[in-house]
Write a protein that binds this ligand. Structure first.
Ligand code: NAD
Length: 247
């Protein structure tokens, strides 16, 4: 059985992706940071639909916890063939002058370092050089990587830009190992991330400025992620899908 790991899979885009990947036949490893109940709810839902899933607690910014999480996956039946680097954090709007080193470091620790660590451990398991059968990685970046999010969250935007560069560099580094690496850049999507960032109504406020005149649903991002992981995208690596309603 093939296993897909989705980081931050207990809610939002990660949850929608985990459910869709299970419907496509993956046994899904649902990583979560704190909310065991929410992660187990996703596992239950997948199992009710006849799919297969399990939950793994780990702070992806913590190297030891990432190593332990992958060791747990090694003990599962099946082989890791897909990774979705979805876990990410966004803090309240702030101008550049208001940004502290602590905030910048926290954003980069999760969004960038966490994604790097998960890529490293996944490649060790998927890569032909390591005896693996290949696989695919999708990094969930953001439209902010291109806009820069001036006056709002330049720290977050810069971290997503770093993820895009990771996607490009890693895709070239591991192409000969049978691993594809791509990115998805969502626009404004209806998830709890905006409430955590201090503005629950952000998507509705910004919707009129989106060419398609609406925010996106997590399932619309999940479909782009799942397609890139699937054999339908078997000759595609090192690129990005902008799923942002034309923004
Ligand atoms: P969300 O806040 O609902 O989900 C993010 C998940 O990541 C949460 O479950 C959170 O607990 C988890 N997480 C955060 N830090 C973690 C850590 N250190 N270790 C493990 N898990 C951790 O938000 P979402 O909107 O579903 O975001 C998913 C991804 O999509 C993020 O990378 C986000 O930056 C990106 N994104 C979202 C939007 C949007 O408008 N919602 C737009 C562009 C990009």
């Amino acid at each position: 059985m093939k296993i897909a790991l989705v980081t931050g899979g207990s809610r939002g885009i990660g949850r929608a992706t985990a459910i869709l990947l299970a419907q496509m036949g993956w046994r899904v490893a649902i990583n979560y940071a704190r909310r065991t109940d929410a992660a187990l709810e996703v596992v239950d839902l997948i199992e009710q639909q006849g799919g297969s899933a399990f939950a793994l607690q780990a702070d992806i910014a913590d190297e030891a916890q990432v190593m332990a999480m992958f060791a747990d996956i090694d003990r599962q039946p099946g082989q890791l063939t897909a990774l979705v680097n979805n876990a990410g954090i966004l803090f309240q709007q702030a101008t550049l002058e208001q940004l502290t080193a602590e905030r910048i470091n926290r954003v980069f620790a999760t969004n960038v370092t966490g994604s790097f660590l998960c890529c490293r451990e996944a490649v060790k398991r998927m890569g032909h050089h390591h005896g693996g059968s290949g696989g695919a990685i999708v990094n969930v970046s953001s439209a902010a990587a291109r806009t820069g999010a001036p006056g709002e969250y330049v720290d977050y935007a810069a971290s997503k830009g770093a993820m895009d560069t990771l996607t490009k560099g890693l895709s070239l580094e591991v192409a000969a190992q049978g691993i594809r690496v791509n990115g998805v850049r969502p626009g404004f999507i209806y998830t709890d991330m905006h409430a955590d960032g201090g503005e629950p109504q952000r998507v509705d406020r910004l919707a009129p400025g989106i060419p398609m005149q609406r925010g996106g649903q997590p399932e619309e991002i999940a479909r782009a992620i799942a397609w890139l992981l699937s054999d339908e995208a078997s000759y595609i690596t090192g690129t990005y899908i902008d799923a942002a309603g034309g923004r």
